[in-house]
Design a protein around this ligand. Sequence first.
Ligand code: SAM
Length: 220
Amino acid sequence: MTVFSTLQPAEQARQLANPEGPVGIEVAEWLNGNNREGNARALALLGVQTGCHVLEIGCGNGRAAPEVIGQAAGVRYAAIDISSTMVDEANRFNAAFVAAGRANFHLASAEHMPFADACFDRVFAIGVIHFWTDPIAALLEIHRVMRPGGFALMSALDLRSPPQFAQAEFGFHLRSAAEWSALYRQAGFSSVEAQNVESEQMTPDGTPIKRYAIRMTARR
Ligand SMILES: C[S@@+](CC[C@H](N)C(=O)[O-])C[C@H]1O[C@@H](n2cnc3c(N)ncnc32)[C@H](O)[C@@H]1O
């Protein structure tokens, strides 16, 4: 049994939206296992090349950082998260990369990022954008920090068969692929594409289940 399975749906949603304390750390670790397959596929699509500057939004406990940095020579990685528990955990896990100046983690939201204009070649966010109440504010901010021609990849839960915790009253804002695409275009992105993806996951009580997500890719 996982800690996640002992929580009520509202508390599960709260710990996914902003993991807090020892329970948040355990929830993030459960999520690492559950999202491993989807995250690996997303990173392969990100196309990180030599010298790329990569931004992860909603990095959680920072387990993607070594994978990103290991993709090519000279890659620099930055990440933000609104959870101080997660930023501390990500810094702890990636201490060697942080000390070497290859990774840095910031307590910040997608809507207000502590970065200069046009500084990232790649941006990604896994399981984060469905928490945004004002997606245009976040997408405009992401557009601002990306270099012209930069590539963004973000995934969200689909409206199809969402988990019990993914309810609007608990802070989840599920949208269709067409709605996401329109928002991206409104924020100024080009080459906007939406793909429906399936992955094998576990319910909180350990039963295998198919989950449906929308993968958005776009260029600045
Ligand atoms: C479901 S977890 C996913 C974590 C990680 N991406 C993964 O796949 O394991 C969502 C994360 O996004 C963060 N988050 C939620 N809203 C955010 C926002 N507006 N800006 C930055 N981070 C946010 C949460 O604190 C949490 O760590």
